[in-house]
Design a protein around this ligand. Structure first.
Ligand code: ZN
Length: 235
């Protein structure tokens, strides 16, 4: 832990001194970070299995009894330091190089898919932010897997995730709509890409739309999954 904290300070100083972002390779080396081992998270919902063991049906305590429109979750890690910092910097500083690097890492552990679909950002928000983070991840994954990207979904502007309560997110089931491109997805195995799975409502809403066009399978690919807070820490 001391090494990681020291590495983060070094990384921050390095960036400030040079007034630029480090290369993804440098940032990962400074943080002494590695992606989680395969099998260390629940394949249904993506949370760390150290939080809850799976039952005979493959569901962990977090997702037992819940049904998802996507079939499985593949991730690089839990949403904590340093991955959370990098994910936020991709969005706040337009760190495309890190998005591409993490996308390639995700592709290396992705199940077989035919088409990559990013969870969409509304165009106005994308123009304000200057980067389509899920789109950047999706493009890197598609290149690495040598499959096409399909912009099958669009987002309605009214649905805003940040700041919404957990209940509101779970009830917010119509955030996306199908684009004309979605008609080409029938029978395909889809990689549905986003940066973070928090409650799962975003992936659920996006995947539910894709199911309507008859896709064969939906693999959710995310950089990080926010683990539930243990009850004793849920103050
Ligand atoms: Zn689970």
């Amino acid at each position: 832990m001391e090494l990681k904290i020291g590495s983060r300070i070094l990384c921050a100083l390095h960036s400030l001194m040079l007034w630029r972002l480090p290369t993804p390779t440098d940032a990962i080396a400074f943080a002494a970070w590695e992606a989680d081992a395969l099998g260390s998270w629940c394949s249904r919902c993506g949370v760390s299995l150290r939080c809850s063991a799976t039952g005979a049906d493959g569901a962990c305590a977090e997702c037992r009894g819940r049904q998802f429109a996507y079939h499985a979750v593949t991730r690089l890690g839990s949403y904590h330091d340093p991955l959370d910092v990098w994910v936020r910097m991709i969005k706040s500083r337009g760190w495309k190089a890190m998005a591409e690097h993490l996308g390639m890492m995700l592709a290396a552990r992705a199940p077989p898919v035919d088409i990559v679909v990013p969870v969409p950002m509304h165009r106005i928000r994308r123009e304000v932010r200057g980067i389509d983070h899920a789109g950047e991840l999706a493009r890197a994954i598609a290149v690495a897997l040598d499959v096409p990207v399909c912009y099958a979904l669009t987002q309605k502007l009214a649905a805003r995730q940040m700041g919404a309560s957990r209940t509101a997110r779970l009830l917010n089931t119509q955030r996306f709509q199908l684009s004309r491109a979605a008609s080409s997805l029938a029978g395909a195995r889809i990689a549905l890409v986003d940066d973070v799975r928090t409650t799962g409502s975003t992936l659920q809403s996006a995947a539910a739309q894709l199911r309507d066009v008859g896709v064969a399978r939906i693999e959710a690919l995310v950089v990080a999954v926010r683990d539930p807070v243990p009850e004793e820490e849920d103050l």
